[in-house]
Design a protein around this ligand. Structure first.
Ligand code: NAG
Ligand code: NAG
Ligand code: NAG
Ligand code: NAG
Length: 253
C-alpha cells in the first residue's frame, strides 16, 4: 500500500522544487517593465560613462545610457538643477542612481506592479548599501533643492520640473537631514537605507568595479531565495499534510 504512494510523493516533491526554482528564476536577470527598459538584459558594449559597469548584462540601451548623463535628459525631461547649479560631486551620484535604475538586471526581487501611466512596474525598498547612501548625502551637502520627494509634486507647466509655488530652494541638508532621508525619500521608498556594508552580499551597490564582476548578482540571488523560501510552504504544506494523512490510512489499511 505504502509503496504505491512513493511515485506520487516523488512527483509532489519534484513539482514543489520546480515551483520554487521557477519563483527564484523569475526574480533573477530581469528587466523591469517601465518606460525605457529593454525587454531582457543583454550585453551592451558601448554603454556610456558611468553606466559602463553594466555593459556585460544591461537593461538599458546605449542611447539611454548617453541620455541619462545629461542635465535635463529627454528620458524624463527632469532636471536636477531646479535650484541652480548642482555640484559635480553631487551630480555623479544622481547619474549613478539613474544608471542603476535603467541598467541593472539585478533588482528583480524588488519589482512591484504600479498603476502609473508611464510605467507598469517600479522598484520598492531596494536595500542600498550604507556607504553608497552616506557618500551620496555627504557629497550633496552643498547643493540646493526645494523638495524632499522628487517623484511627485513638481510644477510641470513649462515641460520641465520646476519648484512648485510655496517651496524655497535650500541646502540638501534642510530637506534631507540624514542619509536615509535622502535615499528613501527621494524616489518614494524605491531605496531602503540598508545597515549592511558594501561587499556584504546583503545590500545593493550603486557603485562597483566591474573588474571584480557585478556584486549585485549575489545579492539578488540571496533575496530571491529568501523570498521564495518564505512563499513556498504556504502553498505546499497543506498538500504534504494531506499526503501524509493518506499515507497513514494506507499504513493502517
Ligand atoms: C521632453 O521634451 C521634449 C521637447 O520639449 C519633447 O519632445 C519630449 O516628448 C519630452 N519628453 C517627455 C518624456 O516628456
Ligand atoms: C488603475 O487605474 C485605473 C484608472 O485610474 C483604474 O480603472 C484601475 O482599476 C486601476 N487598477 C488597479 C489595479 O488599481
Ligand atoms: C507653475 O509655473 C508657472 C510658470 O512656469 C506659473 O505660472 C504657475 O503659477 C506655477 N504653478 C504652480 C501651481 O506652482
Ligand atoms: C543598524 O545598526 C545600528 C548599529 O549597529 C543599530 O543601532 C540600528 O538599530 C540598526 N538599524 C537597523 C534598521 O537594523
Amino acid at each position: 500500500m505504502v509503496w504505491r504512494l512513493i511515485p506520487l510523493l516523488l512527483l509532489l516533491a519534484w513539482t514543489a522544487s520546480m515551483c520554487s526554482a521557477r519563483a527564484r528564476v523569475d526574480l533573477l536577470n530581469v528587466c523591469m517593465d517601465a518606460k525605457h527598459h529593454k525587454a531582457k538584459p543583454g550585453p551592451e558594449d558601448k554603454l556610456h560613462g558611468q553606466c559602463t559597469p553594466w555593459k556585460e548584462k544591461a537593461c538599458c540601451s546605449v542611447s539611454t545610457s548617453q541620455e541619462l548623463h545629461k542635465d535635463t535628459s529627454l528620458l524624463y525631461n527632469f532636471t536636477w538643477e531646479h535650484c541652480g547649479k548642482m555640484e559635480p560631486a553631487c551630480k555623479r551620484h544622481f547619474i549613478q542612481d539613474n544608471c542603476l535604475y535603467e541598467c541593472s538586471p539585478n533588482l528583480g526581487p524588488w519589482i512591484q506592479e504600479v498603476n502609473q501611466s508611464w510605467r507598469k512596474e517600479r522598484f520598492l525598498h531596494v536595500p542600498l548599501c550604507k556607504e553608497d547612501c552616506q557618500q551620496w548625502w555627504e557629497d550633496c551637502h552643498t547643493s540646493y533643492t526645494c523638495k524632499s520627494n522628487w517623484q511627485r509634486g513638481w510644477n510641470w507647466t513649462s515641460g520641465i520640473n520646476k519648484c512648485p509655488a510655496g517651496t524655497t530652494c535650500r541646502t540638501f541638508e534642510t530637506y534631507f537631514p540624514t542619509p536615509a532621508a535622502l535615499c528613501e525619500g527621494l524616489w518614494s521608498k524605491s531605496y531602503q537605507a540598508s545597515n549592511y556594508s558594501r561587499g556584504s552580499g546583503r545590500c545593493i551597490q550603486m557603485w562597483f568595479d566591474p573588474a571584480q564582476g557585478n556584486p549585485n548578482e549575489e545579492v539578488a540571488r540571496f533575496y530571491a531565495m529568501a523570498m521564495s523560501a518564505g512563499a513556498l510552504p504556504q502553498g505546499v504544506e497543506p498538500l504534504l499534510l494531506s499526503l501524509a494523512l493518506m499515507l497513514q490510512f494506507g499504513l493502517l489499511g
